[in-house]
Ligand binder design. Structure first.
Ligand code: PLP
Length: 437
């Protein structure tokens, strides 16, 4: 075992994972859509690390943007003063965001963005003189982060239960968009809770957890109307979906809606530095300002100059290299490659859009027979290491039905799509052969 591997085994907490006896794989280097570990083994990064890497690995221009900013001024907070990287990045994001969204509250990542959006909603309603509005509606199986506020909006039992009751009494979860009454359920939940107690609805444009639940026609318009009818803020959690993942800059441009807030993180910097944020519409800032209030919330590293400079360089490069347009132009080709996997006996359904897809696995798709919970866990436990062994980072997951999920860098093209499909197909074949032997 290498020194680094044993150091990781002995001293490093892994997130959501046991530490393997012989230490974890040590990932060392990235270039474009590929990664290499410390033994020189190559992996196709079909998950963008963790839905993060939009522009691809190994960009010296982004590294240089970080180094230049660190040399000029490594750190200063945006608590009462500002600096050029934060101001310029906020302007750029406001330009790219849908509708009249015009102001950005920076944090360090997605969970903090979700927490901050909830707190902003709370302050908005306090400023409006509606202090009873505290409740939040989210969707079942959804993941909105792990800090305690964000975790209360998250609806994945094994991730939540050890920490309950948290803010459980304030959160309600409704169906994902595989239910054609998903929008109506939001209205029913609002009415059951009492509309005057509901502050916000948190939804992803395409729901990651459970496997890329993609909205049916008219879903977002219906949800927007419902939120407007009851004076509730619509928060589009785009920690994964923003910055090109769906073939558009934001979910609003894909599905034609303007939320009141967007939470973002991951793709903003393509992972070259940590950054998250909340984008808001004017009425939120105006209401808080007109009440003579300020936002009682701040995070030391929110709007970190180096992260903002990196995000700016990332977004400018994505614009000038037309990377979102590339994703839009190639998304059908990606879908077609994945559709090729669907003739496997357990590949039941392909869901997603843009560069964000999941294949749902069922025991007998033709007869609609799902894997039992223990079987799903077992299947995922077999698939996970196999995909890695076969040189691909993708997500085998069983939070709902078992899925294989993909979110490759937005620079990926037909060669990578075909490799993703071929490895997936072969991995399924191998697992299924052993399973049925
Ligand atoms: N919201 C959504 C939709 C996410 O997918 C995630 C993470 O994957 C988060 C929030 C939490 O982000 P982070 O892990 O950066 O805290």
């Amino acid at each position: 075992m290498s020194d680094i591997r044993s150091a990781a085994r002995d001293h490093l907490w892994l997130h959501f994972a046991h530490v393997p006896q012989d230490g974890p794989i040590i990932m060392e280097r990235g270039e474009g859509c590929y990664l290499w570990d410390s033994d020189g083994k190559r992996y196709l990064d079909a998950l963008g690390g963790l839905f993060v890497t939009a522009i691809g690995h190994g960009r010296s221009d982004l590294a240089n943007a970080a180094s230049k900013q660190a040399e000029t001024m490594a750190y200063f907070p945006v608590w009462g003063m500002a600096h050029a990287p934060a101001a310029e990045l906020a302007t750029k994001i406001a330009q790219l965001a849908p509708g009249d969204m015009d102001r950005v509250f920076f944090v360090s990542g997605g969970s903090e963005a979700v927490e901050s959006a909830w707190k902003l909603a709370r302050q908005y309603y306090l400023a409006k003189g509606e202090p009873q509005r505290m409740r939040v509606i989210g969707r079942k199986t959804a993941y909105h982060g792990t800090t305690l506020g964000a975790l209360s909006i998250t609806s994945i039992p094994p991730i939540r239960q050890p920490f309950e009751p948290m803010l459980n009494q304030l959160t309600t979860h409704v169906s994902t968009t595989d239910n054609p009454r998903a929008a109506e359920e939001i209205e029913e939940a609002i009415l059951a809770l009492g509309p005057e107690t509901v502050a916000a609805v948190f939804l992803e444009p395409v729901q990651n957890s459970g496997g890329c639940f993609t909205p049916y026609e008219g879903y977002w318009q219906q949800v927007r109307e419902i939120c407007d009818r009851y004076g509730i803020l619509l928060v589009s959690d785009e920690v994964i979906c923003a910055f090109g993942r769906l073939g558009t800059w934001f979910g609003g441009q894909k599905f034609d809606y303007v939320p009141d807030m967007i939470t973002f993180a991951k793709g903003a910097t393509s992972g070259y530095a940590p950054l998250g944020g909340v984008i808001t519409r004017p009425h939120i800032a105006e209401t808080i300002r007109d009440a003579g209030e300020l936002v009682w919330h701040g995070i030391t590293f929110g709007g970190h100059p180096v992260s903002c400079a990196v995000a700016l360089a990332n977004l400018e490069a994505m614009e000038s290299e037309r990377i979102v347009e590339h994703a839009a132009a190639n998304q059908d080709r990606f879908r077609a490659a994945l559709e090729g996997v669907l003739d496997h006996p357990v590949a039941a359904e392909l869901r997603g859009t843009g560069y964000f897809y999941a294949i749902e696995l069922q025991k007998d798709p033709e007869r609609g027979i799902h894997f039992e919970r223990e079987e799903a866990t077992e299947l995922v436990a077999r698939l996970k290491p196999l995909l890695v062994e076969m040189g691909m980072i993708a997500r085998a997951d069983g939070r709902g039905a078992p899925i294989i999920q993909y979110s490759p860098p937005l620079i990926a093209g037909p060669a990578e799509f075909d490799e993703i499909a071929q490895i997936s197909r072969e991995a399924l074949d191998r697992v299924w052969k052993e399973w049925t032997a």
